[in-house]
Design a protein around this ligand. Structure first.
Ligand code: KIV
Ligand code: ZN
Length: 527
């Protein structure tokens, strides 16, 4: 038992003060435009959440697609500790499909929801209050027929009339809901309003003391974490959140912020979670890698600057006593001082140790490929930082199953023009080369890829940043492609910005292809 599960006096914290951490990175998070994850990526994220101590993993929305169904089912099969939850609308087919998907789990949950606010009743569903109440009872009853663990959500709860919300919650509890979730679906509530809403429900609804109230706050006004914690202070004992705050629009409450606020201010909140906080940095990096969503530098807890001290006064204070300007230690969120400096003389053993230190485990071929790339990088660059190795290995892992790979690239750039790119791609084991002229070197490179793998995807984003400092730093490029309303984001890194760009474009293309593996590369995306 670590300090988080004890009171300042060293007494164990009570079970009733435990806040259930419900992670929705794979459901609400994945719904966010551009954050689509492949099957393997979802399994990787779920495995880490399970290991980290997340109580409930919302693994997906099984009725939404065959892919979602299969990933929820596989996560249910593999999870060791977490409850595996699937989302379902208040419809029999949704609920039955969800039940089927979570069946292999040691402990499974069905999460069913319906809109309760006047706007949702009138415009989204065209039904009246009585019909909503009937559907609440019918959906929860049906879900309880499959499992004892049923969560019911009142979508747009914060814009629902209080009396009607009370009647809905009462109906859900009577029908057997064990958790009742109160979403601030559009991120509209203020923190005092949200806390008061939870308190009101606990006071007024018969049976409210028998179930767990949950928060699900969106971040449209930047209040998601504050509102969730206000709900906890008012008596909610489950928080729905997502790694890096991923989610619809401005996202959900960030898991790492909720967990560290509860831990750091246990004196003020008197609650605790079962999360291993030293895994938060790894979780953030993994989710950032698989979604290709960068973490903003000054993001709380997991941003690059979250523990950096630049000003002289701060540095002086930190050297004298870390507590002067740090309210939590970098180690508590899994940030480690680098113990091994890497360079071109580092061998396999040192590289393997470094990977272990950074939390990676690579098997045979993947390790060898990463080592070859590390050696090439160490030749090109004087200092190889941890961030360089992370970028390199992340790319190696992300591209392991890719059907298209960048083999070689030569680019002619400069003021003279025309700018040209000659690229060799390996497509399903066949190498092909093409030369294209473009409006600049990036355009020429992307034109050449388009000629070798014809597709209709539109380039929605092209972004370059540096992995570390200095002119020999690796470039990290992000490319977002859009086809048929689907979005895929790819990331590529290299000391050569053009090579990084080609890798990022090809990575996004591979992700789009993965969504329909049966189609051949030449015919994909053409519908
Ligand atoms: O934001 C929301 O209301 C939701 C529900 C499905 C819980 O995501
Ligand atoms: Zn949501």
């Amino acid at each position: 038992m670590d300090s988080e599960t004890k009171t300042p006096e060293g007494q164990p914290r009570a079970e009733q003060d435990r806040v259930v951490i419900f992670d929705t990175t794979l459901r609400d998070g994945e719904q966010c435009p551009g954050a689509t994850m492949t099957f393997d990526e979802k399994l990787e994220v779920a495995e880490l959440l399970d290991e980290m101590g997340v109580d409930v993993i919302e693994a997906g929305f099984p009725i939404a697609s065959q892919g979602d169904f299969e990933s929820v089912q596989e996560i249910a099969r593999r999870s060791q500790n977490s409850v595996i939850c699937g989302l379902a609308r208040a419809q029999p087919k949704d609920i039955d499909t969800c039940a089927e998907a979570i069946k292999p789990a040691k402990r499974g949950r069905i999460h069913t929801f319906i809109g309760t606010s006047p706007l949702h009743r009138k415009y989204q569903m065209g039904i009246d209050e009585a019909e909503v109440l009937e559907r609440v009872t019918a959906s929860v009853t049906r879900a309880r027929g499959h499992t004892d663990d049923v969560e019911w959500s009142a979508m747009d709860a914060t814009r629902t009339e209080e009396d009607f919300l009370c009647r809905c919650v009462e109906a859900a509890i009577k029908a057997g809901a064990t958790t009742v979730n109160i979403p601030d679906t559009v991120g509209y509530a203020t923190h005092d309003e949200f806390g008061a809403l939870i308190r009101m429900l606990l006071e007024r609804v018969p049976g409210a003391d028998q179930i767990v109230f949950s928060t699900h706050c969106h971040n449209d006004l930047g209040l998601a974490v504050a509102n969730s914690l206000s709900g906890v202070m008012a008596g909610a004992r489950q928080v729905e959140c997502a790694v890096n705050g991923l989610g619809e629009r401005a996202g959900n409450a960030a898991l790492e912020e909720i967990v560290m606020a509860i831990r750091t201010r246990a004196d003020a909140m008197n609650v605790w979670t079962g999360i291993d906080t030293t895994m938060l940095t790894r979780a953030s990096k993994l989710v950032s890698r698989v979604t290709a969503f960068p973490v903003q530098y000054n993001k709380a807890i997991v941003g690059r600057n979250a523990f950096a001290h630049e000003s002289g006064i701060h540095q002086d204070g930190i050297l004298k006593h870390a507590g002067t300007f740090e309210i939590m230690t970098p180690e508590s969120v899994g940030l480690k001082e680098s113990s091994l400096v890497m360079g071109k003389h580092s061998g396999r053993h040192a590289f393997r140790e470094k990977l272990k230190e950074l939390g990676y485990e690579l098997g045979g071929n993947a390790f060898e490929d990463a080592f070859v790339r590390f050696k090439a990088l160490a030749d090109a660059k004087k200092h190889v930082y941890d961030e360089d190795i992370e970028a390199l290995v992340d790319q190696e892992i992300a591209s392991a199953h890719d059907r298209i790979k960048v083999v070689a690239l030569t680019v002619i750039a400069g003021t003279g023009g025309p700018q040209k790119a000659t690229i060799t791609l390996d497509v399903d084991g066949n190498q092909q080369t093409f030369e294209a002229v473009g409006d600049g070197p990036v355009d020429a490179t992307f034109q050449a890829i388009r000629s070798l793998v014809p597709h209709e995807a539109r380039l929605a984003l092209y972004q370059v940043s540096a992995v570390t400092e200095g002119t020999d730093a690796q470039a990290e490029v992000m490319v977002r492609l859009e086809a048929d309303g689907k979005i895929a984001t790819g990331r590529g890194s290299d000391t050569d910005t053009m090579v990084a760009s080609a890798r990022a474009y090809v990575s996004a293309l591979n992700k789009l292809m993965a969504r329909d593996a049966r189609r051949k590369p030449e015919t994909m995306l053409a519908s």
